[in-house]
Design a protein around this ligand. Sequence first.
Ligand code: GLY
Length: 265
Amino acid sequence: MSSDALSGPPGRWRAFTRAISPRIVECELTHLARTPIDLAIAGVQHAEYVRALVALGCSVQEVEPAPDYPDSVFIEDVAVVFDEIAVITRPGAESRRGETAAVERVLAPLRPLAHITAPGTLDGGDVFVVGKRVFAGRTGRTNDEGIAQLRAALAGHGYTVEAVAVTGCLHLKSAVTTVDDQTVLVNPQWIDQATLSGLDVIEVDPTEPMGANIVRVGAALLYGASYPRTRARLEALGYSPVCVDASELAKAEGAVTCCSLLLRA
Ligand code: GLY
């Protein structure tokens, strides 16, 4: 196995993370203008993020670094892991396709694997799961063929896959993520909420469009510190997210979910 145990006792949740590439300044950008990224600050924020995952009960392992891949810290995009199977993606950005091999190696002992193959593309950031309902964003990174292959990989495990049109942001999970088994946090500007039928919706504060991305570790939540108004909405509803500053990585169009691959141990 090519990962190093970083911290944390074996627990119910396992998280894989990946160090920030020194080339992150060359990252892909889709909806953001390029602004300078301070590598030292990004590193401190990433370390704090890992500590928060540990504090929330994750056993965290760092996958071998991929310094030649500017976006490799955003490990969420290269696999989607279910209890029954892990799907190795074919990232929509060609520059990211070499990120999958090392992640495949660490997942192979843990789950049967399926693969998205050409001409399909799929980014893990375009997939979220509520029970047996899987939502897959149709974006610049994920195409219909990728969604069809995901559906085929999951069909034998009782999941349904619903395609969701996304506009105005990079990934589906920029626009919507889950906060519990029944509830999603949403930026209504970026998706058609009709696709979320049957789920309870919490909308981000309109002044915090990037605030729909939150990490769920069982009942615990890990959230970016840049969205205090949306956080207040969550707290008013009884949620208590732990917050970390991920503002430097946000300049690379990454958010909190992007920086880990979470699976039930
Ligand atoms: N910079 C994050 C991505 O484009 O995947």
